[in-house]
Design a protein around this ligand. Structure first.
Ligand code: NAD
Length: 379
């Protein structure tokens, strides 16, 4: 079957992306779903910094690659041995397919699935190999087992999280990555107690979900830190109580002083070393620093060992928000439906596939939050 899809053939194109056009919309050949696979009709796929970091070369992936990983879709066909889904079911895509059998999956940590992450690193599906070919018959890599900036995708059944049919699919798309990552970093990795204090560094699509989760967890103080004033405004409307520009001089001293010596929990969702350094420095004695942002692979934090010990600090990473997606996607969707997690406020634009380069530029410039490719409407 032929599908239109956004393909990246060269990383680190010069900006503005509106002129260099790093993504090309190509017609690809999509294979039928094999055993344990599902064919999805993509309804909506949102653009995340995770996608941008492949485009800008910050997090290299095998090329050419069909991008897009944060999506909601309708099941169109199932391969042999798939009993969990039938055509017409609605799903959110999980960007780490979890095999359910490896040591990490058995320990309840599907984000760390060994074969799932190996397949993602290779640009393959969990079952091995690629299901996309270009006009010359050459294989095209999958992004994170999904490749959702496409009219249709074939994915592992382990990349699909069922959702109720009444959930709007444009909204649902965000739950596969931004919501799991941001809310999970607070609720699953940070686990703040009611009345404790939280700071979120980087108030984009991921970070604002962390702010909302902090409010849900009963944090009495939620400090929002970003480099863009608009993001801080939105953080305020979602529950943040104090605001700092990360570029302000003596920011560490200012935050520590305003918060009586730092925060119990600091969550870094900017994806840069300076942001993680700041996060660690404004964490209080006995506190926890969680990093969910994805910096360049060679980025390295220097930690004072004595301080780590004598102040009983905790420093931890959170991938996919340390979530169990089949548990947490329905949980967060229910919170949104109850009006307790207004994720819908993070969608600032609906676009067509052809507008992705413009959307990339807006995201890179800090002007955008979640821009969602909506297929039936624009393509
Ligand atoms: N851990 C995971 O499983 C996971 C999943 C998805 C995305 N991510 C990563 O999370 C990060 C955030 O993704 P997003 O889609 O929300 O990106 P985004 O671009 O929407 O948001 C990033 C925010 O950080 C701000 N920022 C940049 N530098 C800063 C600094 N030094 N200090 C404070 N704020 C700063 C930007 O202004 C922006 O508001 C990215 O690095 C992305 O790759 C991680």
């Amino acid at each position: 079957m032929q599908v239109r899809a956004a393909v990246l053939r060269r990383m680190a194109a010069e900006r503005p992306y509106t002129e260099s056009h790093p993504l090309t919309i190509e017609t690809l050949e999509l294979a039928e779903p094999g055993p344990g696979e599902v064919q999805l009709k993509i309804a909506a796929a949102s653009l995340s910094h995770f996608d941008l970091s492949v485009v800008d070369g910050n997090r290299p992936r095998p090329l050419p690659i069909a991008l897009g990983h944060e999506a909601a879709a309708i099941v169109e066909a199932v391969g042999e041995g798939v009993f969990e889904f039938e055509p017409g079911d609605h799903v959110v895509t999980a960007f780490v397919p979890s095999c359910g059998r490896c040591a990490q999956c058995r320990n309840g940590r599907p984000a760390l699935c060994e074969p799932g992450n190996a397949a993602n690193d290779n640009g393959e599906l969990l079952g091995g190999g690629r299901r996309l070919r270009d006009a010359d018959g050459q294989p095209v890599n999958h992004q994170l087992g999904v490749s959702a900036f496409a009219e249709r995708a074939v994915v592992s059944v382990h990349s699909c999280i069922p959702i109720p049919k009444q959930v709007p699919l444009t909204l649902a798309a965000l739950f596969g990555s931004a919501v799991l990552t941001g809310a999970g970093a607070v609720l699953n990795a940070g686990r703040p107690t009611p009345g404790s204090t939280l700071a979120v560094i980087g108030c984009g699509g991921v970070g604002l979900n962390a702010v909302m989760a902090g409010r849900l967890a009963g944090c009495r103080e939620i400090v929002a830190i970003d480099v863009t004033p608009d993001k801080l405004e939105l953080a305020k409307s979602l529950g943040a109580t104090r605001f700092f520009n990360a570029r302000a001089t003596e920011i560490v001293e200012a935050v520590r002083e305003a918060t009586g010596g730092g925060l119990d929990l600091v969550v870094e969702t900017a994806g840069s070393l300076p942001a993680l350094e700041l996060a660690y420095q404004i964490t209080a004695r006995g506190g926890t620093t969680v990093t969910a942002g994805l910096a360049a692979p060679d980025s390295a934090l220097t930690v004072n060992q004595v301080q780590l010990v004598a102040e009983e600090r905790t420093l931890k990473g959170a991938y996919v928000g340390s979530c169990v997606p089949v548990r947490d996607v329905p949980r967060f969707l229910a919170l949104q439906e109850a009006g307790l997690m207004p994720v819908e406020q993070l969608i600032d634009r609906e676009i067509g596939l052809d507008e992705l380069n413009d959307a990339l530029e807006r995201l890179a410039s800090g002007a955008a939050l979640r821009q969602v490719v909506v297929f039936d409407r624009h393509s």
